[in-house]
Design a protein around this ligand. Structure first.
Ligand code: HEC
Ligand code: HEC
Length: 416
């Protein structure tokens, strides 16, 4: 607990200030002066600089950490992707960044002269870096555009688009979980898998991914969570495996994406090294700064009943705030919870407890800012809607809430 408090302190006063040993008020003054003179760029509450955030954004969107080694050399997904037309790609939840499309391509898609049922268009989109989270290298082989390398980035699972151009095509929304994405079906396209492994991938469905299956062989996919609203939450993942985002970013980059570098965790015995180079470590500070800079999205205007939400807050404060406490609506900075505190447990029959596979064997109280945006709920998505969440708590905890109180509570959750 000491470390948590210390980290919190360092994080909230920032790197710039903590390097300057002087009374806080004076330090602030000096800092303000330095900023005014353009000497520093200590512009965020976690002490990261705008340069770091900008670099982290590039990493989040476009960096593969060399994971082509896995997706191309091992899984040979470039072979499969070369035969997939854009309409099919959109149907498995891949998204297209409309801002990466030059005007001629926009016109071509609009007037139908560029076909969305031709795999050659997929290659053209990859060449433009327009497929969110997928990095392709297209080179001319025998006079023909050919996809020779393919890799993935964080944006594959943790970005979507606003559909402003067409369904699945629009401006990027980084940090939003892509709950349309059927990762399992995409990976199952690999010609390099045996039937049993392919069957596991195909069982996951949209918006779900098991980030431990390749290591422990157990099948219990998780809902892809948001990568926004994590500022000041010093406990990451559903099980609070790490105290900061970087811990898990390294885990995913190395053990899941197949990036070049190392990850080792004595609590689970996971120890993975890919390649003899390290393309991950140097990018983690920026990557973390970028994620922490992404706020949870505010509820859309008119999406909840304000009067009911005000009443619902009282129900929440009386019944839920013991765990969903503070500005992030979580006690994650001070404690984790036993499996029995999770309404996502027990898992569906045959599915292993997710906590049992983690480093902590416990669950983190989920932060609730922006919770309206990302159904389904709980680590495994067992509650489809906020109504389901509330009735699950009401039944399992025998809360005895009236139907009006339940409705009010839902409206309050929608307002966060
Ligand atoms: C194939 C899909 C996929 C990719 C790619 C992916 N993630 Fe995730 N991410 C997940 C899933 C699933 C979880 C939930 C893990 C858990 O809770 O145990 C997760 C969890 C997280 C969390 C924890 C969120 C929280 O509430 O604590 C962060 C942060 C995160 N990912 C960031 C990243 C970054 C950065 C990258 C790139 C290095 C990345 N992810 C790549 C699927 C993915
Ligand atoms: C004893 C502590 C505790 C109490 C009390 C509690 N929660 Fe939770 N809450 C948790 C934990 C732990 C999780 C994560 C469970 C999981 O993912 O399996 C969670 C998850 C959630 C989620 C899912 C968020 C997501 O991102 O999927 C919602 C919504 C939620 N709680 C709402 C409530 C409401 C409403 C109440 C009051 C009726 C409440 N909680 C009371 C501990 C608590």
């Amino acid at each position: 607990m000491h470390t948590v408090v210390r980290r919190h302190f360092t994080r909230s006063w920032g790197r710039c200030e903590s390097r300057i040993r002087m009374p806080e008020s004076l330090a602030r003054l000096v800092l303000a002066g330095a900023l005014a003179m353009g000497l520093g760029a200590c512009d965020s509450s976690d002490g990261s600089t705008s340069d770091q955030v900008a670099e982290g954004k590039q990493t989040f969107r476009y960096e593969t950490f060399g994971d082509e080694t896995k997706w191309t050399d091992v899984l040979r997904l470039h072979e499969a992707i070369s035969t997939v037309d854009p309409a099919t790609a959109l149907s498995v939840g891949l998204k297209v960044d409309s801002e990466a499309l030059p005007p001629a391509v926009v016109t071509g898609i609009q007037n139908g002269s560029i076909s969305l049922t031709d795999p050659a268009t997929t290659l053209a989109l990859l060449k433009l870096d327009a497929v969110v989270g997928v990095k392709g290298t297209v080179t001319v082989v025998n006079g023909k555009d050919t996809l020779t390398r393919v890799g993935i980035t964080c944006a594959l699972c943790h970005s979507t688009v606003d559909d402003s151009f067409a369904p699945g095509v629009g401006k990027r929304l980084d940090g939003y979980p892509n709950r349309d994405l059927d990762v399992g079906t995409i990976v199952a396209l690999s010609p390099a898998l045996d039937d049993a492994t392919r069957a596991v991938f195909k069982s996951w469905g949209k918006g779900r991914y098991d980030p431990r299956f390749n290591l422990d062989g157990q099948n219990g996919p998780q809902v892809i969570p948001p990568a926004y609203g994590l500022q000041d939450v010093h406990s990451v993942t559903a099980t609070g495996d790490g105290t900061e985002v970087q811990y898990w970013n390294r885990y995913v980059a190395v053990t899941q994406m197949g990036g070049h570098g190392s990850f080792s965790e004595p609590r689970t015995g996971v120890s993975v090294t890919n390649g003899s180079d390290d393309l991950v470590s140097s990018k983690l500070p920026g990557l973390q700064a970028y994620q922490l800079s992404i706020p949870a999205p505010a509820p859309p205007a008119g999406s909840f009943d304000a009067a009911a939400a005000t009443r619902g807050k009282q129900v929440f404060d009386a019944t839920c705030a013991t765990c969903h406490s503070g500005p992030q609506f979580t006690d994650a900075n001070t404690r984790l919870h036993p499996v029995s505190d999770s309404m996502g447990e027990p898992e569906a029959s045959g599915v292993p407890s997710y906590a049992s596979r983690s480093a902590t064997k416990m669950y983190r109280t989920a932060p609730l800012k922006g919770v309206w945006q990302h159904p389904p709920y709980f680590h495994n998505g067992s509650a489809a809607t906020l109504e389901d969440v509330v009735s699950t708590y009401n039944d399992r905890r025998s809360l005895g809430l009236t139907s009006d109180q339940r409705t009010d509570l839902v409206e309050y959750l929608k307002s966060l």
